[in-house]
Ligand binder design. Sequence first.
Ligand SMILES: [Zn+2]
Length: 221
Amino acid sequence: MRKNGDGTATWTWAVKNPINNYNIIPYIGRYVNFKDQMKGEKGVLDLDYWVLDYNLEKAKKHFEVVKPMVTCFESWMGPYPFYEDSYKLVDAPHLGMEHQSAVAYGNKYGMGYLGKDLSGSGWGLKFDFIIIHESGHEWFANNISSKDIADMWIHESFTNYSETMFTECQFGKKAGSEYVIGTRKNIANDIPIIGVYGVNEEGSGDMYYKGGNITHHPAGD
Ligand SMILES: [Zn+2]
């Protein structure tokens, strides 16, 4: 931070890893910061949290899920992709977004998807959907992406499945299966999950639930 001598100050925010422009977002507000660390597969991972001052105590408790989540995701998908830039959650005025190494968080410090269980199985209320889903995107979307948005299923199918991975890590194989199978009721089967190439067009929203269910392969089958 540099003070400019005229009542203003200039901050510089840097990332070491390549980043999509849609993953860059500025915030303005009364933010406070708290930090933590964990031992991950690639060494010590810095955990860095930027929240509005009135959310500080809630956030300290609510974000405890990050360590077991990262451990779970690393065991399935390999090391967190951006150790050099740390893992972050940032309070946002909207529900959430997978901004690389600074995940936007706005799920009101509750469980489920704004209190709803998208699977209808009960398991979806055992975790904060936005922390799990948007962090899952660090592996699929931010680390591994597609050339054309028609293949956005690469982002959303595998990230949808990260919710199942987390459910299985925390509550066992049966719970994971019940979660992913529960989401099948959300499949519309309207149009293909692969969109039209070359015209900036996504495929069906089925890329989430159908994609997650296609990814699911119960052991023994
Ligand atoms: Zn997503």
